[in-house]
Design a protein around this ligand. Sequence first.
Ligand SMILES: NC(=O)c1ccc[n+]([C@@H]2O[C@H](COP(=O)([O-])OP(=O)(O)OC[C@H]3O[C@@H](n4cnc5c(N)ncnc54)[C@H](O)[C@@H]3O)[C@@H](O)[C@H]2O)c1
Ligand SMILES: CC(C)[C@H](C(=O)O)[C@@H](O)C(=O)O
Ligand SMILES: [Mg+2]
Length: 368
Amino acid sequence: MANPSLLILAGDGIGPEVMTEVKKIIDWFGTKRGIAFDVSEDLVGGCAYDAHGTPLTDATMAKALAVDAVLLGAVGGPKYDNLDFSVKPERGLLRLRKEMDLYSNLRPAQCFDALADFSSLKREIVAGLDIVIVRELTSGIYFGEPRGIITEGNERVGINTQRYTESEIARVARSAFELARRRNNKVCSMEKANVMESGILWRQVVQEVHDKDYPDVELSHMYADAGAMQLTRWPKQFDVIVTDNLFGDMLSDLAAMLTGSLGMLPSASLGAPAANGRPKALYEPVHGSAPDIAGQGKANPIACILSFAMALRYSFDLGDEASRVEQAVEKVLADGLRTADLMGPEGGTPVSTSAMGDAVVAALDASL
Ligand SMILES: NC(=O)c1ccc[n+]([C@@H]2O[C@H](COP(=O)([O-])OP(=O)(O)OC[C@H]3O[C@@H](n4cnc5c(N)ncnc54)[C@H](O)[C@@H]3O)[C@@H](O)[C@H]2O)c1
Ligand SMILES: CC(C)[C@H](C(=O)O)[C@@H](O)C(=O)O
Ligand SMILES: [Mg+2]
């Protein structure tokens, strides 16, 4: 049988730096666990624009649709700030999400004990935190029409449209309820039903899906602004949060800081199961290309490494191996290794991106 296939799209800025560390782990699985992947690589984002004049070629899009899973680093950077909107690096990522129909974006925020003192919140607020934000990823204001910048009279008007169909809401709600059943059986749905019609529909449909098929799951609803407040007040009240594309984008960056650093947060973007039973899938860290530290060997590779662990779990049914990676990360942090983003005010000597990756590989060795 052919090996499972992975397409690596490392992208821009720190994307290739953190992906180099993931490749060490992929190699480790091949040599030490006999779990080999057929890995191909291609361009996305600004580097694809530099090479081809587009942030994602049709050929790369076709490859992404053909493989078992895509691993993405990050896209974007100041070099591309003045490009036409249609060819900005971020458009490449959004095209992947849309054409792969990756409607369910799982963004776990887990606070490793070794980092509990490092969060900007008090230890007792974050220690043991383990929540997942399920972000709708292929619709809402990111994709709604009409959109654009038009001229009305003598001034410019910027337009974006929040639009959700009930089937789009229902499918992401299902994915949140299914996930909750495998965790602590609680879902909190966040929208702005007090001011947005799309929020009213969101709340109704999530409730209907719940009442019909998931009455065993505890469901609550919260306005997204209050949700942001509750996430910083007492985040451990949550288990699974389901929310729309834009609120999910913002709330997941907020949740990142509960865990210590944006450099810690992985994500899985999943579509409907294909004929082989596996969902189309793309795995990427929540963080971006971090232009301020790119090229300096300072980036924390853990978010990208944990994204690969999510690939093991969700695309390849290798939950035990995913846990092995997560435990290796936990061990390295418990041993006191810190990249620069995890340095507290008391200081210390940070390790480089590659030293962190090597330490995770060594911890994997020790797990055998
Ligand atoms: N999925 C993606 O590819 C993605 C996600 C977010 C932002 N972006 C893009 O990245 C570019 C920069 O955006 P931004 O600055 O708002 O967000 P960012 O996530 O790139 O950086 C925000 C801050 O977090 C730090 N940071 C992020 N990841 C880190 C890591 N792994 N290790 C250590 N520190 C880390 C950065 O140094 C910076 O100070 C933009 O072009 C944006 O559109 C891409
Ligand atoms: C880069 C950008 C398109 C992206 C988003 O807004 O979805 C990013 O912020 C994210 O969180 O994945
Ligand atoms: Mg974001």
